[in-house]
Design a protein. Structure first.
Ligand SMILES: [Mg+2]
Length: 285
């Protein structure tokens, strides 16, 4: 695995903004995404990781089980609006862009050429430049970003997001106590309109960060487990401020985009590692 310098800087960024690691949705694989519903929800484009998301690591062909979902995705968003952003194919390590060409051919989708690994801001600039160059440009908040790694794919999606303060009129006294207004109008002889106080809240504006958890081929299990522990810790201690467990990842906000697998049993189970096999043998399992 190549050394990912931008990835190693992520823990430092987390000290400032730990929410960077929190995805908006967690699914087993892309078959659990309702692409037509995402399109109806205003999402017009998609960024996909390659290794262990669409293909087995270091392979150029789609995992056969994902064919129908992938076809539906490309049909729903349009072939040019689905971009593969990989830290292998299309990166500066892909000599002669041979792997990018091969992946693009097998998956029938464009592969981003970029000089810096995810989740660097340079890579984000390349993603934005691609979607801005389309005949009908796509904004960050109209994208879904799907990948299997928290410190690269999820962090990249969250770095593309910003938080805007949205002001909404707070419910006025009149709304809550209509009778009181009637009484008050009798006492006050004024035609000036009543001014409601304004309440403001911060709203995340950016791509939908979707984490996939199915591993098609064993790859960095310790790091993956560590990443998930960090996500759960941030969920519990930062997002929920120490109260309650991590939320249901298919919660009401994004549940409409979630699709139950027709045949959950076909999901591939991760092969046990050396230590787990040793433990099983020791237990006589
Ligand atoms: Mg991956």
């Amino acid at each position: 695995m190549p050394f990912n310098f931008p990835g190693t800087l992520v823990p430092l960024h987390l000290l400032i903004n730990p929410r960077l690691v929190v995805p908006q949705m967690i699914v087993k694989d892309i078959r659990q995404l309702d692409f037509p519903e995402l399109r109806r929800g205003g999402y017009r484009g998609a960024v996909f990781d390659k290794d262990n998301c669409l293909t087995r690591p270091h392979r150029d062909t789609l995992v056969p089980e994902l064919k129908d979902a992938w076809d539906e995705c490309r049909k729903t968003f349009g072939p040019q609006n689905v971009l593969i952003v990989s830290n292998s194919a299309g990166s500066h390590l892909d000599a002669g862009e041979i792997q990018a060409e091969s992946v693009s051919h097998h998956l029938s989708a464009p592969v981003l050429r970029h000089t810096s690994f995810k989740p660097s801001y340079s890579c984000i600039a390349s993603v934005r430049a691609y979607f801005a160059s389309l005949p009908q440009p796509i904004r960050d908040e109209e994208l879904i970003v799907v990948g299997d790694r928290v410190f690269t794919d999820t962090v990249m999606a969250n770095r593309m997001a910003c938080h805007e303060r949205v002001s909404t009129p707070a419910p006025s006294h009149a709304d809550e106590h209509p009778d009181a207004v009637e009484d008050l109008s009798k006492e006050l002889d004024t035609s000036a309109p009543a001014r409601s106080p304004i309440s403001s809240s911060r709203v995340r504006v950016g791509p939908l960060a979707i984490l996939t958890t199915s591993v098609w081929e064993r790859d960095s299990p310790v790091l993956r487990r560590l990443e998930m522990q960090v996500v759960k810790g941030v969920e519990r201690w930062v997002v929920n401020q120490g109260h309650g467990a991590a939320r249901d990842w298919t919660d009401v906000r994004y549940g409409r985009f979630f699709k139950e697998l027709a045949m959950p049993e076909v999901l591939r189970r991760e092969e046990p590692g050396f230590v787990r096999r040793l433990l099983r043998r020791w237990r006589g399992e």
